[in-house]
Ligand binder design. Sequence first.
Ligand SMILES: NC(=O)c1ccc[n+]([C@@H]2O[C@H](COP(=O)([O-])OP(=O)(O)OC[C@H]3O[C@@H](n4cnc5c(N)ncnc54)[C@H](O)[C@@H]3O)[C@@H](O)[C@H]2O)c1
Length: 406
Amino acid sequence: MSTAIPNRPVGVGLISVGWMGKVHSRAYLALPIVYPELGIKPRLVIAADNVQERADYARDVLGYEKITLDYHDVLNDPEVDVVSICAPNFLHAEIGIAAAKAGKAFWIEKPVGRGADETESVEKAADAAGVVTSIGFNYRNAPAVEHSKQLIASGALGRITNIRGTFFADYSAEPNGALSWRFIRKFAGSGVLGDLMGHLADLVQYLVGPISEVSGITKTIITERPVLQMGSGTHFDVIEGGEKKPVENEDYGGALIRFADNAIAAGAVGTIEASRVAVGPRASYNFEIYGTEGSVKWDFERMNELEVAIGRKGEHVGYQRIMASPSFGDFGSFQPGAGTSMGYDDLKIVEARKFLEAYFGGPAKNSNIHDAVAAARVVSAIEESAESKKWISVKPATGTTAAIAK
Ligand SMILES: NC(=O)c1ccc[n+]([C@@H]2O[C@H](COP(=O)([O-])OP(=O)(O)OC[C@H]3O[C@@H](n4cnc5c(N)ncnc54)[C@H](O)[C@@H]3O)[C@@H](O)[C@H]2O)c1
């Protein structure tokens, strides 16, 4: 390897070894191979989970040097430089604030708390400590999404007039789908709004700018489910014949939206919807962005494709389906040619790259705690609007990476 490449070891601590804890760990392990030119060498120092067998998995399978049942041990470990916080929502604020106070940069999963007030408390602590933050807004990192962002910013679609976003999943469409922590207010906060709408709010704001006003609706469709103990199974589990308890938050949320005056899409309007009980879409995370000169459509189920229409005249007016290729986003770091598709884990490897580059003082391409606040405020405004049946203004966030008009 060339001597021009820096040698940048970094000690990693992980808090919670569920689905996301595994995905973050795989991302750290893959990073030096996918991006050898950065010289960043994550070392998996210590992992915490309060369930012994999950902690054991971190040591025995993922390769962490040490394990603990108490997450404070991760934050107090002098060999830990950066922390991945992959705990359920009710612990985000407590752990995020503690990580900031311990002076550790952290990569935290969305939605960063059970509501905008908790996200703001983490923002305050991170700002006070001056630590680098990164949020699990992985869909930003899809090369076709990055390409859409460039097209919009370059003006290729003209003036943005309206958008439509639908994050529709079927992970809880089965009536005997498990009542995991995601359905209980004290653990999750809102339901699909925090879980999927937060991702969509972030994606939309990243691409076309801040949302300023919402008129929302919510609905719980399956009102009780069989109980699943935290730290066992996954929220995809189906439990036949188990004891049922009430679902405490919404399965569906939707909103009419308007964009702020400083957005690339200033003056534009749109709709955003999310469901965790849609039958048909598996993980159809989709946006359509329309402008006076063209439009783009993307769906996570076809993550490597983008439908693009540019221009209003000629025999071939209408959509072209193009495939992500090495010139789109980070695609070239993974595959040498179009058609050899990337997957979900790869988005997390890109996210790890952005986080750790920012940690080492490189370009700040990471989503940050201010982006989490911006998304959480949209989610909270939709909840408030659904309750009051009124349009609700979204308090502007500062320091975000939202698409602002030049
Ligand atoms: N970015 C994405 O696409 C994405 C996808 C899934 C989940 N998430 C987010 O990631 C977070 C975790 O979700 P998940 O699906 O991995 O959950 P999970 O239920 O699979 O894992 C959560 C883990 O936290 C552990 N835990 C509970 N209390 C703890 C404590 N006090 N100390 C340490 N560990 C504790 C549990 O034992 C469990 O292993 C959530 O906030 C969720 O919104 C993001």
